[in-house]
Design a protein around this ligand. Structure first.
Ligand SMILES: [Zn+2]
Ligand SMILES: [Zn+2]
Length: 243
């Protein structure tokens, strides 16, 4: 609450360094992100060279999803910003991340509906990051937004679970809150992609509700040991996209 009041009264600065004036993530903080400009279409991880997908996927990908991509690798400045946005529910960090994602994303194809992965039930700690990101994407690209999903029960902390337990923990986690147009193409938005089990479960619920295709876009992907490193050119491209 105190942080929220301070945010309201103090002149806005870059939410990452808190030094450069303005509400957006400043150029030098953007340059510290590790953008994923050439994602594997199936899992959103960085691709290797000219390969179509990453060697781990072999065209298998995440169930129920047509494509997955993420803005950047989860770590460093991105990790701090998401930590601020989630734990402290700091509105400036939430808004800046949402704008950054919206401006650096292109719809993966024709989209009829932008839908966020919903918050845990009973959550009360300020703005919800995935919902704000989805709203910003919908606004920037002139697409309809719908909070079409609800979470049936509090989700387990995914990063504390083994891969197989993750799948079980999210089975039937989501329900449709409202009907979606039959045959619609959905852009599903979340903050952090780890195993993809949550995204897959949310996509399954949308598919069962009548969606024809579900594409996912997330702010960050947790790194894997053998991910290729982004180049300086990648970082420059992201700064340019978000200006
Ligand atoms: Zn900054
Ligand atoms: Zn992959």
């Amino acid at each position: 609450m105190r942080a929220a009041l301070l945010d309201f009264f103090l002149p806005s600065t870059c939410p990452a360094c808190r030094a450069v004036p303005g509400p957006n993530i400043c150029g030098s903080c953007l340059a510290e992100l590790s953008p994923i400009l050439h994602p594997c279409p199936h899992c959103g991880s960085p691709r290797w060279g000219e390969e179509e997908s990453c060697p781990r996927c072999h065209d298998a990908g995440l169930p129920n999803l047509r494509g997955v991509s993420c803005l950047a690798i989860y770590g460093g400045t991105m990790e701090r910003l998401i930590g601020d946005a989630k734990a402290g529910a700091r509105a400036p960090a939430v808004a800046a991340l949402a704008r950054c994602l919206a401006q650096a994303s292109e719809p993966p194809g024709p989209i009829d509906l932008v839908v966020p992965v919903p918050p845990n039930p009973g959550r009360r700690d300020g703005p919800h990051l995935a919902s704000h990101c989805a709203k910003a994407l919908a606004k920037v690209h002139g697409l309809p937004f719908a909070a079409a999903l609800v979470t049936r029960r509090p989700a387990a902390q995914q990063h504390l679970l083994e891969a197989r337990s993750r799948q079980r923990a999210v089975e039937d986690l989501f329900a449709l809150r409202r009907e979606i147009p039959p045959g619609c193409r959905v852009w599903l938005i979340d903050d952090i992609l780890t195993s993809g089990a949550t995204l897959s479960a949310a996509a399954r619920c949308l598919r069962q509700g009548g969606a024809r295709r579900v594409y996912a876009r997330c702010l960050a992907r947790t790194p894997r040991g053998d991910d290729p490193r982004p180049t300086a050119e990648d970082s420059e491209t992201l700064s340019g996209a978000a200006d």
